[in-house]
Design a protein around this ligand. Structure first.
Ligand code: NDP
Length: 322
């Protein structure tokens, strides 16, 4: 089968599209014929070495496809089932071996592309606004990179909960997408000082929660945007990792909360996986959640896809087709 392999850390050029053996199936695993794999910013970290993983490795953390074979101990799935998953490495490939406890059935109403797009970014947006900081009616929420994959979904989900969204983006084209997703206000943080803008928009009150996926370049100002008892939710590093922070500063700024959540913890149980993915699929089926499948690349052109993503050229979801 074909797969995208990484043998050394580096830029997009270290990803090679090559022949490799099909994965060995363990008793609790399902062999999925991948129809669509999702590309996520998080895929760039184990490629670049920001997240150190054992090499060689096959990248990719989410896909949708069809069950091609099952291990001896598998009881929940059968050959031919349409399925989707996230949080298992190896999706940039024709086939992936996935533990059955990570798989969900893909509803007939969802295409494979939608299934691949829903799992990682959809479940991330879900846990951020339902669990990390459960958004209440009238809450003021700052969402960075609001036209990105997670950003567009999080904006829509916060609006469903009755929140007021201030989104940040780097271009006017992205601003329009964020508005279409429901953002009440959009700040071009490439041109404007977003801290000043947030204070202006909120009449100095600040926001109840800052969802910050950019990190290094936005972290401190995001904290300054918070109201008393506000939540700083640092969930990504698209602009570089935050490496230094003094927790004592949280006190005088309003007894603030700081968390660095990960999807792995919020999808750790079958109950959470079914709840979050079930909500996302339901909202897609009902037309309440628009996935914005914006970019499609053949598996062989994965380097181009990563270049576009890291070059801030993409919006919404990027799909990889084996
Ligand atoms: P996006 O589609 O949001 O792409 C990243 C965006 O970040 C860019 O489009 C860009 O938007 C913005 N950005 C700001 N500064 C930079 C920079 N220096 N270089 C590149 N991009 C920059 O990606 P995803 O939706 O896949 O992921 C968003 C974030 O969420 C990532 O940081 C990812 O790690 C994180 N994440 C975290 C999870 C968790 O559980 N903790 C799970 C899933 C994702 P603009 O041009 O508008 O600034």
């Amino acid at each position: 089968m074909k797969a995208v392999r990484v043998k050394e850390f580096g830029g997009p050029e270290v990803m090679t599209y090559e022949d490799t053996d099909s994965p060995n199936l363990e008793a609790d695993q399902v062999l999925v014929k991948v129809e669509s794999a999702g590309i996520n910013y998080i895929d760039t970290y184990p490629r670049s070495g920001l997240y150190q993983i054992p090499l060689p490795a096959t990248l990719g953390l989410e896909a949708a496809g069809v069950v091609a074979a099952i291990g001896d101990g598998v009881s929940l799935f059968k050959v031919g089932d349409r399925v989707a998953y996230t949080n298992v490495a190896g999706a940039y490939a024709d086939y992936a071996a996935v533990p059955e406890d990570k798989l969900v059935n893909l509803p007939d109403s969802c295409s494979f592309d939608q299934g691949a797009a829903a799992m990682l970014q959809g479940c991330t947006a879900h846990y951020l606004c339902q669990s990390t900081y459960p958004v209440k009616q009238g809450d003021r929420c700052l969402i960075h990179a609001a036209a990105g994959g997670v950003g567009l979904l999080l904006t829509q989900m916060v609006k469903m909960l009755g929140g007021f969204v201030i989104g940040t983006v780097s271009t006017e084209e992205k601003a329009e997408l964020a508005r279409q997703a429901g953002a009440d206000e959009v700040v071009l943080y490439s041109e404007q000082d977003f801290e000043t803008e947030v204070k202006r928009i909120t009449d100095g009150a600040g926001v109840n929660v800052a969802y910050d996926s950019v990190g290094k370049s936005t972290f401190e100002k995001s904290i300054n945007c918070l109201s008393r008892f506000g939540y700083m939710v640092l969930y990504g590093n698209a602009g570089g990792p935050v490496t230094e922070f003094n927790p004592a500063t949280l006190g005088p700024k309003g007894s603030l909360f700081l968390t660095r959540p990960t999807l792995f913890d919020y999808l750790a149980t079958r109950e959470d996986l079914d709840w979050r993915s079930g909500d996302v699929f339901k909202w897609i089926g009902e037309g309440k959640l628009d996935l914005r499948l914006e970019h499609f690349y053949p598996l062989a052109e994965v380097q181009e896809a990563h270049r576009a993503l890291e070059g801030r050229k993409t919006t919404g979801k990027i799909i990889l087709k084996p």
